[in-house]
Design a protein around this ligand. Structure first.
Ligand SMILES: [Zn+2]
Ligand SMILES: [Zn+2]
Length: 41
């Protein structure tokens, strides 16, 4: 299983996009990153 580089947990599914610097992160971290982005401003 892949390991999320942010929370260091084993995860079944990973996601990546430009906001994660193209790193594969878990769904929770992925959502947190985008939550911060949408809340900014
Ligand atoms: Zn994570
Ligand atoms: Zn994104």
């Amino acid at each position: 299983m892949p390991i999320c580089p942010i929370c260091k947990r084993d995860v079944k599914r990973v996601l990546s996009c430009e906001h994660t610097n193209d790193e594969d992160v878990c769904v929770e971290c992925y959502q947190e990153i985008h939550y911060k982005i949408t809340k900014r401003g």
